[in-house]
Design a protein around this ligand. Structure first.
Ligand code: NIG
Ligand code: FE
Length: 413
């Protein structure tokens, strides 16, 4: 009794997980499960059947004519700061005139500039500022989006930002997954003495966030000039004690031991990793920590890309995400992220697709229900204008998504 039948699919990329597993690591990432001339039936919110085209089954289902195009699982964008206030286009222009990201931050711009905008905004204003970005991400094929706080930097404003993420999650089409990132930077009132702010995170913010169910994850920006490894571990221990799962901004600006820490504390994912060391790669691989790479940020900040080839050759589980944020990558487009991964980090199209779907879901521990097109999973899919999947990267810089199916509902524009 299917409700929707997708027909005339030329290429169905399932990205099915290997039997008994919920991710693809190393050389397994090249295998994306390409099926030709199949139909897909959806019942309610779930994928019900995948089989040969034109069987005449499901006569009562609403028919979606895919017009000989490619269907992929919806993208899982597992690292964003997409919910925020204000804009920092002027800082971008300053960087193009020669200032570095760190110099701008030291002069009171950067994360603190967005913090001021968030503190001045109401929950409703943050929702209205962020809604177009979230809707645009959806129209570019993202059906699940992780969203971090980290621009409030005090208890009241961190809770306000998480409240805005929750409200937007109810109103917008894609699923939003909230992460608490109180340890994104130090607020101006605690810049010279970090201890009282770390105490506020541990004693007030984490209990409040966990108690109200406002986040599933805790993240820390662990890097030179931000949180030391020791400070990060203290925060993570408190978060874990309150039932939050862990993810880390690691080794973005310097080789800092962030990857090794992520392995030690049992993080689900460590992200950025532009400067990861070889021992860091091995420690993360052996502890099954997903390496979430954000090539848009390297591109936007003109930094060297993360060593994706070395990571895949050593057997890591690599995911791709946008990092969409007002400072280091103002881009919500996962198709562009794939193109940068292929051209900047020499990932193959197949590896990039796996990284942006199934492995993104693994990074959020939701691969049991989303991230691939398999019977029983949630019907989250994107239909692309290209007849075969390499065209998604080949014809880059434009939106090739012509429709999205989210929880079994068809969206076209
Ligand atoms: O992931 N690295 C830390 N945080 C963000 C940047 C946030 C901002 O500049 O607003 C990032 O790159
Ligand atoms: Fe980030």
């Amino acid at each position: 009794m299917a409700t929707l039948l997708l027909e005339n699919i030329s290429t169905l990329v399932t990205v099915a997980a290997p039997p008994g597993r919920l991710r693809r690591s190393g050389s397994e990432m090249a295998d994306i499960g390409v099926l030709r001339d199949v139909d897909v039936a959806v019942e309610g919110e779930a994928i019900d059947w995948i089989g040969p085209a034109g069987t005449g089954r499901f006569p009562d289902a609403e028919r979606i004519d895919c017009r000989g195009r490619t269907v992929l699982p919806g993208f899982v964008d597992s690292h964003t700061h997409i919910v925020h206030a204000g804009d920092r286009a002027h800082e971008f222009a300053m960087r193009l005139r020669g200032a570095t990201y760190q110099e701008i931050a030291a002069a009171g711009g950067g994360i603190l500039s967005t913090m001021r905008s968030v503190r001045e905004s109401s929950v409703d204003e943050i929702v209205e500022r962020s809604r177009p970005l979230v809707e645009s991400a959806f129209r570019h094929g993202s059906t699940t989006i992780e969203a971090k706080s980290g621009y409030g930097l005090d208890t009241e404003n961190e809770l306000k930002l998480l409240e805005a993420i929750a409200r937007l999650g109810e109103a917008a089409a894609p699923t939003l997954i909230p992460t608490f990132l109180g340890a994104h930077d130090f607020p101006p009132e605690h810049r010279s003495d970090h201890e009282p702010y770390i105490a506020e995170i541990i004693d007030r913010m984490i209990p409040a966030v966990a108690g109200r169910g406002l986040a599933q994850f805790c993240d820390v920006f662990s890097d030179t000039g931000y949180y030391t490894v020791e400070e990060s571990e203290r925060i993570f221990r408190a978060a874990r004690d309150h039932g939050l799962r862990l993810r880390v901004h690691a080794d973005e600006l310097s080789s800092f031991g962030g990857a090794e820490m992520a392995a030690r504390i049992g993080a689900l994912s460590a992200d950025h990793l532009l400067m990861i060391s070889d021992p860091g790669i091995e420690a993360m691989r052996d502890a099954d920590v997903v390496a979430t790479l954000l090539p848009g940020t390297a591109f936007f900040l003109n930094l060297p890309y993360a060593p994706a080839r070395r990571m895949i050759e050593r057997g890591m589980t690599v995911a791709l995400a946008t990092d969409c944020n007002p400072g280091s990558n103002m881009c919500e487009n996962m198709q562009m992220t794939l193109a940068l991964a292929c051209m900047g980090m020499r990932m193959t199209v197949e590896e990039a697709i796996t990284a942006a779907t199934l492995n993104g879901a693994a990074a959020l521990d939701i691969a049991e229900t989303v991230g691939s097109i398999e019977v029983g999973k949630v019907a989250d899919m994107a239909i692309f204008t290209t007849a075969d999947y390499p065209g998604i990267v080949y014809h880059y810089g434009v939106n090739q998504v012509m429709a999205v199916i989210k929880r079994g509902r068809f969206h076209r524009w």
